[in-house]
Ligand binder design. Sequence first.
Ligand SMILES: *[C@@H]1O[C@H](CO)[C@@H](O)[C@H](O)[C@H]1NC(C)=O
Ligand SMILES: *[C@@H]1O[C@H](CO)[C@@H](O)[C@H](O)[C@H]1NC(C)=O
Ligand SMILES: *[C@@H]1O[C@H](CO)[C@@H](O)[C@H](O)[C@H]1NC(C)=O
Length: 664
Amino acid sequence: MSRLFFLSFFITFLTFHISYASPLSVHAKIAARHAEEIASAPRSLVSSARATTVCPTNSKAAFAHFLVGNVPTWNISDWENDFRFAQEAHIDAFSLNIVAGDSRTATSLSYAFTAANSVGFKLFFSFDYTGTAGAWLEADIISLITAYGPNGAYYQYNGKPLISTFEGAAYASDWTAIKAATGCFLIPDWSSLTPEAAVATGVIDGLLSWSPWPWGDLDMDTHIDAAFMQYLGTLPYMMTVSPWFYANLPGYDKNWIWRGDDLWYDRWEEVMFVQPEFVQILSWNDFGESHYIGPLDDNQYGEFDVGGAPYNYALNMPHDGWRLFLPYVIDLYKTGTASVTEEGLVAWYRLSPGTACPTGGTSGNTAVQYQLEFEPYEVAEDKIFFSALLGSSTTVTVTVGGVDLGAAWSSTPAGGVGIYHGNVSFTGKTGAVEIMISRSGNIVASISGPSITDTCTGNIENWNAWVGQSTGSTIAAVSPSLAVCDQVCTAGKGTGNFEGLCSFTCALGYCPIGACTCTAMGSQAPLPTATGVQGYPIAGEGSAYIGLCSFACNYGFCPPAACGTVDVGTTEPTSSPFDPPACTAGSGVGNLGGLCSFSCGFGVCPINACTCTATGVLATAPAVTADAGYVVSGLNETLYSVLCNFACTHGYCPEAACTTTKPS
Ligand SMILES: *[C@@H]1O[C@H](CO)[C@@H](O)[C@H](O)[C@H]1NC(C)=O
Ligand SMILES: *[C@@H]1O[C@H](CO)[C@@H](O)[C@H](O)[C@H]1NC(C)=O
Ligand SMILES: *[C@@H]1O[C@H](CO)[C@@H](O)[C@H](O)[C@H]1NC(C)=O
């Protein structure tokens, strides 16, 4: 009944991060592979090398994740309504998340498939192994696939029923028999394993990566996507896309945000470059984690009560606007082109400045996933974000309380047709919000949004976003002049020492996904005159630099901190240069002292209980010695629970604060 799966997921996810930080990091290996490809390419080809983008295939599809456990009260027409919204958005199918042991699932599935057949929509199963009843039984999976796989509404890939999972990696071996019995095509989310280990199970037909949110105060990148694609080789990759993440559900030990902000725009740009076989939107109806794009629904708010939320932070916070441009971006992703027949405007923002009200104990990032924690207002920016789908440029104006904030587009589509995007700070401004786009003095579309105020419901900051939309009039159909597969990278970014190199080379069409993230595409920029200088990584650098130094030095940018002109060989890093820093030491006051100094050393340093005093490469935690740790009665659960759970399960369980005995 209750959805505990995200909590369990995050616990299993830890292993994923640990393995990422281990020697011979997967990222370093990928970067090396791409670097070698480029380094060995003839010089004349290097200039036009495009590391990953391929022309579209016919089997591409876009899905959305749907929590069946949220809708036990739905009848057939409720299902039909949401299926129609999804069809309007050009979503191909819902991935139906179902947990084991939920007696209401059978009826929900029967209604869902009846409704899908009546409106012509498709569905497939995502077996969630982290519900309260835990793992799925092999026999139950076989009987569900046998019952629904042949259904006309069941989504097929290569003539086989598509099946996904949410976790369940420990039961990988079950799938040999399940596949033999059902002939299904298996694309699980086993993010608790590295992609290398998931592929090595030998039973997968593709993989889904549950990682569409950026780290801390950074914008989204494609390092994890690159890792999955590297190990999948020619097997299909299902890339996830999400607009937002905020959960304050203490009952599920979930109280953090990940940066949303520009994410809905940024991540779709990344999809265009990465060109995965499949995209899955997270999600259609996860209101508790604020990443819904389906309609608000009074029948789906049970998890706010069960999870002990301070209040319902999805109420009156519609996200429908995030669907408005999906027909365009999904068509563009699937076919390489799309047409604009109706212009439109979408804008989103939080309703209070980040420091106006208490945080609600919410952190930016989560120590539960071994992440360095931030204050939430260091992660979510006080900005209004806006995107428009246009056939040609417009001006954009944003006012708050009647004050013009001086907004402008920061990203425009190559050739002028497509999605425009920008953001503007509202720091120090409160009042009514107006967003307007106009052309030659004529308003194309405008949004009047709720006021930004210094007060908050329940005096707790709502980190969820309000999303508004407005459509303009219809226009004669226009399409981008260049198909996506004929575009190259025109802007990109890198991490740390890669930043300068990636910015330079990605702008010139060379953006190896193993080392860089492409942020915009378009036609090939004119290349600078080749200097003939052969660049190499400097002493101590890894092979991820080979292709970048070779390309950049030849075109006149040879940053001495990364590249030189002498081949001194390479030294592979012992940790991935693409992993963000983790906490490596910390302290706490009083009773928290011992717990903080132990846990912070291994990346688990919750900001409301401990102070992180040093960061670096995540240290591998000591071996697991217990199943769980609990807070002794009388102490503050909020402060101690993450620490006791981590410390007690790894061999340090101070009696004054924690216990391995489950409280009765
Ligand atoms: C289905 O339920 C909705 C409320 O969720 C209700 O408005 C509608 O009348 C019901 N339809 C049928 C056919 O029972
Ligand atoms: C946000 O706006 C700033 C200022 O215009 C710009 O520099 C930045 O690139 C924008 N971010 C995105 C993701 O568009
Ligand atoms: C527990 O600690 C949190 C975080 O410091 C604090 O906000 C809360 O008031 C404390 N609860 C109690 C019951 O003292």
